[in-house]
Design a protein around this ligand. Structure first.
Ligand code: 2PG
Ligand code: MG
Length: 439
């Protein structure tokens, strides 16, 4: 049953508070509480990336090495309580665009570095939660401007790059349960494949210790070795690679791009973009890969256009560091024919409204959309509601492990229940929304 929207009662923001809490890496992050005149209370906490793009909005860190290695966020917390609170108390909580415009104006910088994107997003998201409560509707419904739908999960099984220490240059090796008919069935499939991958690693004497997002971080150095492992795991789980379960990569190529070339540990010489595209093409030829994120670096626009011409008709090409959930960068990509999908992370841009605008622009341009968590997360499950409310189609949360990831997977289970037996599930169709895959 879809809960009906209730008539909005007038309410105003009466209370705004922030505190330092810890994220899944044990580092401080900002948590914000918002109180409304009708008694509704909204709370939100902010995630944090490790493989951050250069063009992301800035999170404000104290830099005081005597506390949490400089990662403290007391300055950002103070910006909420001392600067943002006086400017937003008294405002209408239902006017999210107006609130977010005010926050942007108050900060006054292009990258939200004065008040901190962490301070700003905490307020923006907490107000949305409070407003949903005041309206008496679930958050996904409050955020929705379209028919809601449960997303296809894109789930990390093996990690490399900056998220693990095993020696893999590519960051995420993911599975997509494309044969599943519902979100909950998708989770069952993921569980089985992930368990089989763990067994295969253990049988080979490789580490099953968890990386930052709960995936395995084995000492393998070639992407082919991981992809072989995943294909074997899919088969061992009794599923068909490419039909029931497909593969995806987050290459996170910005992090091995130096002085105009790509440097991979298993290649002696630095490579130009074209060589990395060749390498990716051979992986697409050899494995059931349906999606590649950040196949090239964040400012390699020409390379991205080549990559998209070469592979965009065969696989989803997702811009993460390339777009940083930034409307202007997405616009440039649409014009240049770079990528055919966008990764959407609220803290890359810093407000709820700007995030939803990017999702809507991508949809209008027939780019695929993947709502994503960060490698540093909290128990906040906002992004699960965001993915459903905007019918984003795909969600990337990390592995099926660790409470900060499960908070989101579990919230999607609750929403599936709320939506009822015929809960709309985007499934494999999500991949076809990347325009160049269709034509
Ligand atoms: C990414 C994310 C999530 P991080 O690159 O897509 O996997 O990582 O949060 O470290 O940027
Ligand atoms: Mg990424």
């Amino acid at each position: 049953m879809t809960p009906a929207r209730r008539r909005r009662r007038a309410a105003s923001i009466t209370h705004l508070w922030a505190r330092e809490v810890l994220d899944s890496r044990g580092r401080p992050t900002v948590e914000v509480d918002v109180g409304l005149s009708d008694g509704s209370l909204g709370r939100a906490s902010v995630p944090s990336g490790a493989s951050t793009g250069r063009h992301e909005s800035r999170e404000l860190r104290d830099g005081d090495e005597t506390r949490y290695g400089g990662f403290g966020v007391r300055l950002a917390v103070r910006n909420v309580t001392d600067t943002i609170a006086p400017a937003v108390i008294g405002r209408d909580p239902f006017d999210q665009p107006g609130l977010d415009r005010r926050l942007i104006e108050l900060d006054g910088t292009a990258d939200k570095s004065r008040l901190g994107a962490n301070a700003i997003l905490g307020v923006s998201a907490a107000v949305a939660r409070a407003a949903a409560l005041a309206e008496g509707v679930p958050l996904w419904r409050y955020l929705s401007r379209t028919a809601p739908a449960l997303p296809l999960p894109m789930v990390n099984v093996v990690s490399g790059g900056l998220h693990a220490t095993g020696g893999l240059a590519f960051q995420d090796f993911l599975i997509l349960p494309i044969g599943a008919a519902s979100y909950s069935e998708a989770l069952e499939v993921v569980y089985a494949v992930r368990a089989a991958a763990g067994d295969l690693l253990a049988e080979r004497g490789l580490s099953v210790l968890k990386a930052d997002e709960g995936g395995f971080g084995p000492a393998l150095d070639r992407p082919e070795a991981v992809l072989d492992l995943l294909v074997a795991a899919i088969r061992r789980a009794g599923r068909r690679p490419g039909d029931d379960v497909a593969l995806a990569l987050d290459v996170a190529a910005s992090h091995f791009f130096e002085d105009g070339a790509y440097r991979l540990p298993d290649r002696p010489a630095p490579m130009p973009s074209e060589d990395l595209v060749d390498r990716l093409e051979s992986l697409v030829d050899g494995y059931p890969i349906v999606s590649i994120e950040d196949g090239l670096a964040e400012d390699d626009w020409e390379g991205w256009a080549v990559l998209t011409r070469r592979l965009g008709h065969r696989v989803q090409l997702v811009g993460d560091d390339l777009f940083t959930t930034n409307a202007a960068r997405l616009e440039r990509g649409i014009e240049a024919g770079a990528a055919n999908a966008v990764l959407v992370k609220m803290n890359q841009i810093g407000t709820v409204t700007e995030t939803i605008d990017v999702l809507e622009r991508a949809r209008a341009a027939r780019y695929g959309t993947v709502v994503s968590a960060r490698s540093g997360e909290t128990e906040d499950s906002f992004l699960a509601d965001l993915a459903v409310g905007t019918a984003a189609g795909q969600i990337k949360i990390g592995s099926l492990a660790q409470s900060e990831r499960l908070a989101k997977y579990n919230q999607l289970l609750r929403i599936e229940e709320e939506l009822g037996r015929d809960a709309p599930f985007v499934g494999a169709a999500a991949l076809a929304s990347a325009s160049r895959l269709v034509g």
